[in-house]
Ligand binder design. Structure first.
Ligand code: HSE
Length: 438
């Protein structure tokens, strides 16, 4: 074994909450880290937009680069930590500059990886550099290492999880406190969980970026975030959360990647999960990932998915690996060997469905709905007409009808609902929430 005794010199670009937390953590743990690794880790230069900003850490002692790309290519560092954010622009330029100069890179940037991960991983492999991104998915949960290394001996069937703390916070608060979606979103923003543009969180895009990375690690397929079917939580109502509770479910925004007969399926959507399942217990800003694999059967990791200290924990773990000389292929296998077969289309998804219809309370309405389902061989587990409640229903004279189906295909459900809408018994667009089996 080659023994390296020189310090590993790090340059950090981006000194927001996470960047400041990384510097604090490295300071606090420096002796212990040096002891574990046999080598000192030293931050030797930084770069950020605003030099004068108060960050609660002393950066005046460190050489300052106005330009992150110049820092990335600088001879003063061995390792570049990218915490700038964004799927392109400065973050992409800087990561490319670092890799081209043969430096390893640590990043928390899921959007960048979802868009350019294959190209960047190929560049890292060509240069013999590491590209490490533990912090990009589920913050402090070591899910990248678990999939890439810990489960290398498994064939994975499904990986799914709560990958966005903001959405889980909103759904939990709505359910437990009966608060509105807008109020809970404002709280999540005030607490600093949400992305700069919260549409990324509530629209499911942040979850999709993270899922794209997990899919590649789990199934050895090339990243294709464009192939992910995405629905956010904007249309989930208190009525859905109440109905879910009565039916023995909870609603979570899940990212799911699964091996199916039609290929690897990737989807992000509000999901009904059995109230007794491990994932249903995860409330608030916490993240969780469950893996179904042949040898370990089922594994669930639960932990903080956002926040400075938790994200810094993942970044420092990557830094420690690189300091030790670890150079694993970024996605667990050489980029050239990743399969590029098309992902399964959402129309072929098979599963149970929760459907909430706002139905005009007229004779024949329920029978017509049941007929439209039966015509397409959709088997109903339950159909319940709920009491009229709330001004919306009273205004339209409609009542909520909740259906639960047995397993059927997405395209079949869509066709049946189109027929139900065309029959004219429905006052609003149907609400459809997929049920995830345990
Ligand atoms: N906005 C993200 C979340 C932060 O809410 O989980 C971590 O990616």
């Amino acid at each position: 074994m080659q023994v390296v005794t020189s310090p590993l010199r790090i340059g950090i670009a981006g000194l927001g909450t996470v960047g400041a937390a990384v510097i604090s953590l490295l300071d606090r743990q420096s002796a212990d880290l040096a002891g574990r690794i046999g080598r000192e880790i030293r931050v030797t230069a930084v770069s950020a937009r605003d030099k004068g900003k108060e960050r609660g850490i002393d950066v005046a002692r460190l050489p300052w680069f106005e330009d992150a790309v110049a820092l990335a290519g600088s001879r003063e560092i061995d390792l570049f930590v990218e915490l700038i954010g964004g799927e392109g622009g400065m973050a992409l330029e800087a990561v490319e500059a670092a890799l081209r100069s043969g430096k390893s890179v640590v990043t928390a940037n899921k959007a960048l990886l979802a868009k350019h991960g294959m190209r960047l991983a190929a560049l890292a492999e060509e240069k013999g550099a590491a590209l490490a991104f533990e912090a990009s998915v589920a913050g402090g949960i070591p899910i990248v290492k678990t999939l890439r290394e810990g489960l290398a001996g498994n064939s994975i069937e499904r990986v799914y999880g709560i990958l966005n703390g903001t959405c889980n916070y909103i759904l939990s608060r709505m359910e437990l406190e009966g608060l509105s979606f807008e109020q809970c979103l404002r709280e999540a923003q005030a607490l600093g969980y949400a992305e700069a543009d919260p549409t990324f969180d509530i629209g499911g895009f942040d979850t999709a970026h993270k899922l794209a990375i997990l899919t590649t690690l789990a199934f050895g397929t090339a990243i294709d975030a464009g192939a992910i079917a995405i629905e956010g939580i904007e249309r989930v109502t208190l009525a859905d959360l109440e109905a879910a509770a009565e039916l023995g479910y909870r609603i979570k925004l899940l990212g799911v990647a699964a091996r199916t007969a039609a290929g690897i399926e990737q989807r992000v959507h509000p999901t009904m999960v059995p109230r007794s399942s491990a994932i249903a217990q995860v409330m608030g800003v916490t993240n969780a990932v469950t893996i179904d694999a042949d040898a370990v059967h089922e594994l669930t990791l639960v932990g903080p998915g956002a926040g400075g200290a938790a994200t810094a924990s993942a970044i420092v773990a990557d830094i420690a690996d690189i300091a030790r000389g670890v150079r694993t292929a970024p996605f667990g296998r050489p980029v050239a060997t990743l399969a590029t077969a098309p992902y399964a289309p959402m129309q072929l998804h098979e599963g149970g469905y929760y459907i909430r219809l706002s139905v005009y309370d007229r004779p024949g309405a329920a029978a017509a709905i049941a007929t439209r389902m039966a015509e397409r061989s959709i088997s109903l587990e339950s159909i319940v007409q709920r009491r009229r409640k709330g001004s919306g229903s009273e205004a339209t004279g409609a009542v909520p009808v909740v259906l639960i189906t047995y397993a059927t295909h997405e395209q079949t459900i869509r066709q049946a609902l189109d027929a139900v809408v065309a029959d004219g018994y429905i006052a609003e667009k149907p609400q459809v929430i997929r049920i995830e089996r345990e």
